[in-house]
Design a protein around this ligand. Structure first.
Ligand code: NIG
Ligand code: FE
Length: 437
């Protein structure tokens, strides 16, 4: 058994091979290009995976150079340094996990017994569980310990096909501890090979020393903490948990308006446990994404669609906390660009975007193609990386998966396993079977 505290940032278990000068992946039964116009996909475009049968992708260094039918790509690039035969397999962009809380110390397996007894997320928090339990353990851990723990989790994510992950802070709730977490997230990304997009979530809960003084804590987040995050360039986004018992709309607005003025992108944990106005605030502030949306109102859905805010669905949280599933079909029909994440956190220990895709198909009402769009190009836009990853197009990062399945529907259909056999991240080949065995 691994002991906490014994962790240090370390190299991945099996370092990826050096980037080949050139790499061809050929004869995919379905090459899911996800090609299309710039921007997140909505409505019918969410069902268009840009499939090329008997497709190939040709890579030089860390970039995609050519994509198309195998015969044409092989004719244009007959001499790749290395060739992978993907006959009978699907090839697609690496998954982008749009929402994780991957940096924390400790764990909360004891809460599973409470869940099994029927306690709700709020009841568990009131018993001393939940976010503040993890805050205690995380404040005590040093940066190297946190980076080691997070790097192990990201290594499991990449073995399941995640090549880019958004990673939030939020278990420090003090400026120095929040910075420590963000820096650990970046180191963990370098050690694991996953591209990490760090998000500052200082307004995740009111810390014990501010109990009953949420306004004062929100003001601290909106001044000292954000200033420190920006001056150390520690995050790309700022997020707030908008929910009764956590932060209300005026507090969330103050934090996010300050974040916008200093150039951070905006995200909101919106309408997760109740309809608390998160979607409307996300639309008002032109946030990049509104996440969860289990209880979003009709007006909230329309506001998201009109403002072009990406709705990030996190069905593993509904599974882990016995919450309703967000109505993804309604969001797609209304014209909201829908993305997907695992919401990996100590309440919802899910490293697999494949499980998120399967849950999205079985419970959020997304078609398999829509769920794959949500997990790739739309998630890439949800983390501000849509121009560099999320689809197989010339010029983009060579983040590519080869999956042991003949057709894309298998991704949502098969539950709880790992279809990803080979991951190419920035042109480097990672054999996931070697990582997981
Ligand atoms: O996205 N809702 C707030 N944050 C997390 C849960 C964090 C925790 O329970 O530790 C979420 O579900
Ligand atoms: Fe979350």
């Amino acid at each position: 058994m691994k002991r906490e505290g014994a962790h240090k940032v370390r190299e991945p278990r099996r370092p990826p091979t050096p980037a080949h000068p050139s790499l061809a992946i050929v004869h995919a039964s379905e090459l899911l290009t996800l090609r299309g116009p710039r921007g997140p996909r909505i409505r019918e475009a969410m069902s268009d995976l840009g499939i090329v049968e008997d497709g190939a992708v040709y890579i030089e260094g860390s970039r995609i150079v050519d994509v198309g039918p195998s015969a044409e790509v092989l004719r244009r690039h007959p001499r790749a340094g290395r060739t992978i035969d993907a006959s009978g397999k699907i090839v697609l962009p690496g998954f982008v996990d749009a929402h994780t809380h991957a940096v924390f110390a400790g764990s909360r397996e004891h809460e599973l017994e409470w869940k099994a007894q029927g306690l709700t997320y709020t009841e568990i928090a009131n018993r001393g569980g939940g976010i503040l339990h993890t805050v205690r353990a995380t404040r005590e851990a040093d940066e190297a310990t946190l980076a080691g723990l997070a790097s192990d989790r990201l290594a499991t994510m990449i073995a399941h096909g995640t090549t880019t992950a958004e990673v939030k802070s939020g278990y420090g709730l003090r400026t120095a501890d929040e910075l420590k977490i963000l820096q650990a997230a970046s180191s963990a990304g370098r050690a694991s090979g996953v591209t990490v997009v760090p998000t500052f979530l200082g307004a995740h809960a009111v810390p014990p020393e501010f109990e009953g003084r949420a306004d004062a804590y929100a003001d601290l987040v909106a001044s000292e903490s954000i200033d420190a995050v920006v001056s150390s360039r520690a995050a790309s986004f700022c997020d707030v948990f908008l929910e009764p018992g956590y932060f209300d709309p005026p507090q969330a607005r103050r934090v996010l308006q300050k974040a916008a003025t200093v150039g951070l992108g905006l995200k909101i944990h919106a309408d997760e446990l109740s309809d608390s106005g998160g979607a409307s605030l996300a639309a008002e502030l032109r946030a990049t994404s509104a996440d969860h949306l289990l209880h979003v109102s009709a007006a909230g859905v329309d506001a998201l669609a009109t403002a072009g805010v990406i709705g990030v669905l996190l069905p593993a949280t509904s599974l882990a906390s016995r919450l309703p599933y967000a109505d993804g079909r309604r969001l797609v029909d209304a014209g909201v660009p829908v993305a997907l994440g695992t919401d990996f956190n100590p309440n919802c220990w899910c490293e697999s975007m494949q499980l998120a895709i399967a849950l999205a198909c079985h419970h959020n009402g997304l078609l398999p193609a829509q769920a794959i769009t949500a997990a790739t190009i739309n998630s890439a836009y949800a983390v501000g990386r849509g121009d560099t990853t999320g689809s197989l197009e010339a010029g983009k990062a060579a983040d590519v998966l080869v999956c042991d399945a003949p057709a894309h529907q298998h991704l949502g259909y098969r539950l709880g396993g790992n279809l990803v056999g080979t991951v190419v991240r920035g042109g480097r080949i990672i054999e996931t079977r070697a990582l997981t065995k």
